[in-house]
Design a protein around this ligand. Structure first.
Ligand SMILES: Cc1ncc(C[n+]2csc(CCOP(=O)(O)OP(=O)(O)O)c2C)c(N)n1
Length: 260
C-alpha cells in the first residue's frame, strides 16, 4: 500500500513539476499534494498546420495562443454540451423524447471553436444536429431539453423538437439534407448587401457535400464548415456521400449505354 501511495504521489508531483520529497506527505492512506494557482501556466502556444490555399494570398496564422480563461471557457462549453447530449440520449432510450433525436456529442469542440472564432452578432445555420449550437447561441439547457420532450417551456414551445430549434442569429435546425446551405448563402448575401461586417457560418455533413459544392456566391461573407461524426444517433455509418456518389455514377453510365 505504501509503495502504491509513493508511486501515486510521485506521479502527481511529476504533473505539478514539484519535488516529491518537499511537496508530498504520505501518512498511511493520505497523500497531500499542495497546488496553487501559480502552478498552472496562464497561457499556452500551439502550432497549427499550414493550410493549403486556393485563390487566397494569405492563410490563417500558423500559431495560436490560448489563455487559461479561454481554455476554461471552451472546456465548460464542451462539458455542458456533452452532458446535455448524454442526458438527451438517455431520455430518448427511455422513450421520454419521441420522434427524432440527433445528438452532437463527440463534436462539441467544433461548436466551442466556431463560437470562439465568431461574434454573437454573426449568423449560424446548421443541419439537424442542432442541440449544441442552440446552446452556444444562448439558449439554456433547460429550454433545449424541454423542447426535446415536447414541452411548452421549450425554445420553440415544444413544436420543433430535435431538428427545429432557433435563437437570435441562429437559423436552425434543418431536416432536409443540404437545405441549410442555400439558406446560409442567402444570409451571407444579406450581410453583403447590408455591409454590416457580419458573416454567416453554414454547417453541413459529408452527406450533403455534393449539393454544397455547387453553391458559391462570389465574395459574400459566408463560411461553409463540413463536420463529420464517425458514429452517431441517426448517422449513416458508411460514408453516404461515397455511397450515393457510386449509385449516381452507376446510373449515369447505365443511362449513357442505353440512350446514347
Ligand atoms: C434531401 C434529403 N435526402 C435524404 C434525407 C435522409 N437523410 C437523413 S440523414 C441523412 C444522412 C446525412 O448525412 P450527413 O449530411 O453526413 O450528416 P450526419 O448525419 O453525418 O451529421 C440522410 C440521407 C434527407 N433528410 N433529406
Amino acid at each position: 500500500m505504501k509503495t502504491m501511495l509513493a508511486i501515486i504521489s510521485n506521479a502527481l508531483c511529476r504533473i505539478t513539476g514539484k519535488n516529491a520529497g518537499a511537496q508530498t506527505v504520505s501518512e498511511g492512506a493520505r497523500v497531500v499534494v499542495s497546488r496553487s494557482l501559480s502552478d498552472f501556466t496562464p497561457q499556452a502556444t500551439f502550432d497549427i498546420k499550414k493550410c493549403d490555399l486556393h485563390r487566397l494570398e494569405a492563410g490563417p496564422p500558423t500559431k495560436a495562443e490560448l489563455t487559461r480563461e479561454q481554455g476554461l471557457q471552451y472546456y465548460r462549453t464542451m462539458q455542458m454540451v456533452r452532458r446535455m447530449e448524454l442526458k438527451a440520449d438517455q431520455l430518448y432510450k427511455q422513450k421520454i423524447i419521441r420522434g427524432f433525436c440527433h445528438l452532437y456529442d463527440g463534436q462539441e469542440a467544433c461548436a466551442a471553436g466556431i463560437e470562439a472564432a465568431i461574434n454573437p452578432s454573426d449568423h449560424l445555420i446548421t443541419a439537424y444536429r442542432a442541440h449544441g449550437y442552440t446552446y452556444t447561441r444562448g439558449v439554456s439547457v433547460k429550454e433545449i431539453l424541454a423542447e426535446l420532450t415536447g414541452r411548452k417551456g421549450g425554445v420553440v414551445k415544444g413544436k420543433g423538437g430535435s431538428m427545429h430549434m432557433y435563437a437570435p442569429h441562429f437559423y436552425g435546425g434543418n431536416g432536409i439534407v443540404g437545405a441549410q446551405v442555400p439558406l446560409g448563402a442567402g444570409i451571407a448575401l444579406a450581410c453583403q448587401y447590408q455591409a454590416n461586417n457580419q458573416i454567416c457560418v453554414t454547417l453541413y455533413g459529408d452527406g450533403a457535400a455534393n449539393q454544397v459544392r455547387r453553391i458559391r456566391i462570389q465574395s459574400s461573407p459566408g463560411l461553409k464548415v463540413q463536420s463529420t461524426p464517425r458514429w452517431h444517433e441517426g448517422h449513416v455509418s458508411f460514408s453516404c456521400h461515397g455511397f450515393f456518389n457510386l449509385l449516381f455514377t452507376a446510373a449515369r453510365i447505365w443511362c449513357r449505354k442505353l440512350f446514347l
